[in-house]
Design a protein around this ligand. Sequence first.
Ligand code: NAD
Length: 399
Amino acid sequence: GARGMASTTRWATKTSAPSMVYIAGEEMTNYACELITKDWIEPYFTTEKWEHFDMSCTNRDDTDDKVLHDAVAAGSRIGAIFKEPTITPTAEQKEEFGLKNALGSPNGAMRRGWNGITISRDTIHIDGVELGFKKPLLTTFHPLKGDPILVDSRDLEDDHNVVVVYHNPLDNVEDLAHHFFSRCLEAEVVPYVVTKKTVFKWQEGFWAIHKKVFDENYKEAFAAKGLLDNTGGELQHLISDAATMQIIRWTGGNFGMSAHNYDGDMLTDEVAQVHRSPGFITSNLIGKRDDGAMIKEYEASHGTVSDLWHAHLRGEETSLNPLGLVEAMIGSMQHAAKLELDADPSTQENYDRVMTWTVTLRKAMHNTFRYGQGTRDMSGPDGYTTEDFIKKVAWRLDR
Ligand code: NAD
């Protein structure tokens, strides 16, 4: 607008967005990300340094998954990745989409390719707006890694058997534990380690490593902040069933959880419900390149929001909450700018512009929610549609 940012000196010229990998998915979140890119990003940035990968099922199939391989390689090289939610096709979807290949999970391939140490998930908070949890919450889970090895062999006498093999190397758990406890300490929340080690005996090591790292490095600092006052002065273990129940009781927040991959998925879905909507949860994958450099991938914790996509295709109104998606965009652009600055100090001005713009964007989104103009998961049936919310934030961003 006339008094808009685009016309002020700060935004008079477009900034060149630092190198980043952009992984596109499909359905509703892909549609929303296209609108966001057009209305929120392109007025302020040129994105010629972004490397784009189309991770839709059909493109993966057409390229015999070369696209996934290339995206993982680009992610290792660049170190900052934004990823839209993607579909891992079920057997029915393979038929439905006419795919020739059975495609595995791209997230699994990325975790392996980037030596994924941990995925951290946080609740998003908006000042002055009450969501579910009152204090930030963290749930962490660690991925599988390594080649399959023969751990067991036995005869199955009939078809009524399912064999499940877990390959669960413990070599990442120490890094995960440090990452988890540092984040809990910084956020000043009480750490819990969650497993089902009573039944799955192999999970004992996950707990034991956490406990050792905690006792040797963090116990005193947590105690000094009074964060162990209600835990008998010790790190607590929670059986996953108990954790499930506590999440709906501990609505005051003030806790972090470290869990195995699958438990972490379930627990964060439950957190998403208590905290209003999956749109208010972030998800970051932190990995390590072979030379030790950190790789950071940012995504929303939710999926492609298929139900809204089908409603959209039927011509109905939808209301997608884009906060988780956009926090991922903000995180990856900030990380990309930091990597660019580390490599080349002359990019300070670009770095500053990315920081200013991302902070402004976050404020524009939060204000839109705060003024009761949020999406329907927050504001009820009178809330904004997917498109109107994006337009409203674009307008606020341009002021
Ligand atoms: P989903 O997270 O897409 O949706 C679950 C429910 O939450 C739906 O009712 C949806 O409308 C609602 N919801 C989720 N995010 C929302 C938002 N931002 N705003 C408003 N409402 C929101 O999970 P699903 O329906 O089980 O899965 C759909 C597809 O996504 C599947 O193909 C699945 O494989 C894929 N998926 C991908 C990822 C990923 O790429 N990381 C994660 C989970 C699911």
